[in-house]
Design a protein around this ligand. Sequence first.
Ligand SMILES: O=C(CO)COP(=O)(O)O
Length: 249
Amino acid sequence: MRKHIVAGNWKMNNDLAQSVALISDLKKQNQTSDAEVMIAPTFTNLWHANENLKDSTIEVIAQNMHFAKNGAYTGEVSAEMLKSLGITTVILGHSERRAYFNETDDMLAKKVDAALEHNMRVIFCFGEELADRQANNHEAVVANQIKNALFHLEASAFEHIVLAYEPVWAIGTGETASPEQAQDMHQFIRQTLNDKYGENVANDMSILYGGSVKPANAKEIFSKPDVDGGLIGGAALKAEDFYAIVNAF
Ligand SMILES: O=C(CO)COP(=O)(O)O
């Protein structure tokens, strides 16, 4: 079902003490919007974060996982391991994973399959680079990222998927897509889903925008009809800023 979602991606930030402090600050915030709220701490902080937020309205989610059940994959974490902590949602395909850790569409398709096999929800990220947009190729790039990793799935699988459009040129740069650019792309994404799976899948899909969302610009971005929420990086590291965004709906 389509809903408002605001998810904080902590990336590789916050050691244990900082994470404990931020969670304590988050618990003091007041939510006035209907958004579903999530935070994605590092693997090392998942257990305590989840224990601390069990009775709260904040869901603790993972930033990544491997596609295999277990085995000789040094440094990796599986769906079963996440689920053993009570984590049932995972971010997959973030542009930093694609750029710095060579994650390909094929690999992401396997990760999506593994997450769904374990009854997990996936926040699937994609987005074009600056050169793609300058070459007016952004829609084709995004359509391919979605098709290559997700279009082998049956329509029913999309109930467990949230999409996150994050233009690479807007991540951590302070430069956001304009609300109109976000809306245009989100509409295109919904149309792409419609063409393949029909109206129900397209209309029910929650599509998040990510890339320099801040308290000052969240309201305008979230006011667009095809923007269902945000994936927040830098501004998710301060409880007040994060909740200003959560409450921007
Ligand atoms: O990559 C992002 C969230 O996943 C966005 O990061 P920033 O909000 O820091 O630009």
